[in-house]
Write a protein of this length. Sequence first.
Length: 280
Amino acid sequence: MVVPPPPKTSKPEPRPGRGRAGDLFGRLVLVLILLAVVAGGAWALATFNRSGPGQAADPPFPVPFLAVEPGAAAPGPGGEAPPAGQPQSTTDPLGAWAAALSDKTDIPVRALRAYAIADLAMRTQAPACRVSWATLAGIGRIESHHGTIGGLRLGEDGRPSRPIIGIPLDGSPGVKAIADSDGGTLDGDTRWDRAVGPMQFIPTTWARYAVRANGDGQDPDPQNIDDAALAAARYLCSGGRDLGTGAGWWAAVLAYNNSTEYGQNVYSGADAYARAGNEG
């Protein structure tokens, strides 16, 4: 039903007065609304500029938690990484592989190269071990988010933008007590040992398993993700373990950190990364 307009000669009914306080309140509300609109527009413009026209930010790579029973299964290998190109070569199959997989998994290219190089090295040094780049990535994800924990970034030299040094192993609740073993050389602590680097090695374990990944004759560096990933692979493969089996994989990972939840978190990441790697 349409309501007819009032006659032109009629006078509008006066509105009840709100008083001075009411007028001020109304103006304040109007100002707040205008500020909210301006702020919302600025936020929308910033989001648009970050994402680009018609683009939305990609969601983070999903890693569903898998409550796998210890020893029950091993994650898939994730496909074999190609070898790195020779220094004089114009092509780098490993670099192309890492760049494509980084887009899928959110793992930095530099970290993926390190995990793959360690995988390839162990295929020669301990072929029966069957450690995979995906398992190394699963550990790197938990230990330091692939060297980027706390907003750090990996440089082309394989080192994080700031050294990664863990808490003192001083026997606090939930923490094992390990007295200083290296005079603070690796961790800067002369009283207690601390886990160091992207793969979080304590000095005594590092001293036993570390080698220089690029073979340049320099001392191995736990902050260098190439050296750290290779040391982790050597440690996981120690004792003749076969990480292609459920029993062998779990024995290796629980030796790294004797916690079922830790093992399940590593398994979850390794499985997700392996699936992404198998997609081609």
